[in-house]
Design a protein. Sequence first.
Length: 95
Amino acid sequence: MKNIKNMTEAQIQRRLILDLERDGWYVVKLLKTTKNGIPDLICHKDGRTVYIEVKRPGQKPRPLQNYRHKELADHGILTITATDSTCINNPPLST
């Protein structure tokens, strides 16, 4: 398996989607929306919805992405930034 540091964001995203789906999450990849800066993935499981912004290790969301994350949080929607597939083990996505 490829070292996460050598993976592109798209490769990390594909791995993350597979890991989440394997764990029972219904994952939707957003390709184009009417709002720039919306996170890459919407994940649903057991009545919960989580938006995920995928980044390479060491990268951070852009200012517009942070703004959108705050907008979503203001509406009670959990948004996280994931740099690798281990985010599925963090409390926000645990069942």
